[in-house]
Write a protein that binds this ligand. Sequence first.
Ligand SMILES: [Zn+2]
Length: 229
Amino acid sequence: MKEIQSDVCWLEGRAVNLYLGMDPDGLTLIDTGMPGSEGMVLTAVSELGCQPADLKRIIITHGDIDHAGSAAAIQAATGAAVLASAETAVYLQNGRSPEHMPWLIQVLANTFFKFKTVPAAALQTFQAGEILPVLGGLEVIATPGHTLDHHSLYRPSTGLLFTGDALSTRDGRLQSSPKRITADKKAARQSALRLLEMTPTVFACGHGTPLADPEGEYRTRLLTELGQN
Ligand SMILES: [Zn+2]
């Protein structure tokens, strides 16, 4: 667990990132990792000097198994509310991920990628544009493309952007969702541009090391790649 802002920690899951935000009323987890990640999350909660019941909210950026796979187990262990878009909530209730993979991987995923479902009573849906009462105000941004249910979260007070998989920092390079795992490439490009327009200074991505970009050089480079500079 590493601190990326004074009240935000980065948890490295199995090939995916999770984030814990600290508010006076308790903790918020952003994404949950693959099935079986609950132990790691509960350890992190304890290392922060908190109890499982101090985890108040679990936010899910999209229904992929590496982001949503431990939502049910962490919810059951903590009693936290699970916050997601209405589109993502359907996947959470079915224990299935949205389709956006190359066909053979998709066939395998449809067969093997199932996760424990989140009870409806624990689910709270949010909408794009809503400001969640987390980290002094966390704006929900619709960022379809990688998957159609995808949402990112922006904290304007500190320039911190939780991108989910709309952007990543794989290989130390800020980039949009790789084409081969993108459901709608045109929407993914527009979503990436929407996020960059907000001039975030810290990119907390679902994959790759969180990236501080105070001078905006990574941001400018990606804008150029997307044909906007
Ligand atoms: Zn994903």
